[in-house]
Design a protein around this ligand. Structure first.
Ligand code: HEM
Ligand code: HEM
Length: 196
């Protein structure tokens, strides 16, 4: 079985780095989530708050449903890859609590990357509002029930906020390691980065 990491990358200053596949999956997920969270707020603001239900709002919802659906499968594939191939050993200079905290946040991120889009999909199944760009419908996961749909989509929204907060903490930690602690953590995901 191939490893989920490259043991040593000379150009990176001898830190164990994530494999090219793990890095690609990480950065594609980052790009998608950076679009999905503002898109979610923009569409509900335009629809629910401003009460504008035109073609633009419809396109925002369709984009959110489609991209979110893709994030779900991307995350499932990524988690499978992670479980099969593992990760590089922890950065050797980390304190025990830094290792524990980072593992906790990473597994919480994996969990939310699955649960948030899954609840969105269940929510639009219950509503029902499965149409995407007037072209095709997502498969339904539940029979229509508007009351339950509203509750599921509310939990979806709150967990998306939790995801955003964890992502902020995660980015803060990455920058702390690179700029203040000056260790090799960020170069595990960005091997091309210069040493600090
Ligand atoms: C990683 C994936 C996803 C993220 C980060 C995300 C994030 C969000 C956010 C931030 C909101 C706004 C919440 C609010 O204003 O209270 C939202 C709303 C919504 N999302 Fe998602 N979402 C994702 C996937 C999905 C998927 C896959 C679907 C459906 C197939 C979906 C359907 C919806 C719907 C229908 C709403 C509007 C709920 C309402 O009107 O109250 N989302 N999402
Ligand atoms: C939506 C945003 C993001 C999500 C959902 C996310 C998710 C994750 C996950 C799940 C891992 C664990 C990988 C594994 O062990 O299999 C990880 C690792 C990592 N991420 Fe992110 N990430 C995000 C944004 C970022 C950003 C913007 C940076 C850089 C500023 C970053 C830097 C890192 C680093 C350096 C690691 C490796 C940590 C280590 O193992 O020592 N991430 N990320």
């Amino acid at each position: 079985m191939t490893q989920g990491h490259d043991p040593v990358t000379p150009g990176a200053g001898r830190v164990a780095v994530y494999s090219a596949a793990a890095r690609a999956l990480h950065w594609i997920t980052v790009a998608a989530v950076f679009v999905m969270i503002p898109l979610g707020f923009a569409m509900t603001y335009r629809g629910n708050t401003l009460d504008i239900w035109d073609g633009v709002t419809d396109a925002l919802y369709s984009s959110h449903k489609l991209l979110g659906f893709l994030v779900l499968w991307l995350s499932a594939g990524r988690l499978l890859y992670r479980l099969l191939h593992g990760a590089p050993p922890d950065e050797p200079t980390l304190e025990w609590w830094q290792k524990a905290a980072s593992h906790l946040v990473h597994w919480a991120l994996y969990g939310l990357l699955l649960i948030v889009p899954l609840l969105g999909w269940i929510g639009v199944s219950l509503f029902p509002s499965l149409m995407v760009f007037n072209l095709f419908e997502l498969p339904a996961l539940a029979a229509p029930n508007e009351e339950v749909a509203k509750r599921v989509l509310s939990v979806h929204g709150w967990l998306a906020i939790l995801l955003a907060l964890l992502v902020c903490a995660h980015i803060g930690a990455a920058l702390f390691h690179y700029l203040i602690r000056k260790d090799g953590v960020l170069r595990r995901m960005l091997p091309g980065l210069s040493r600090r």
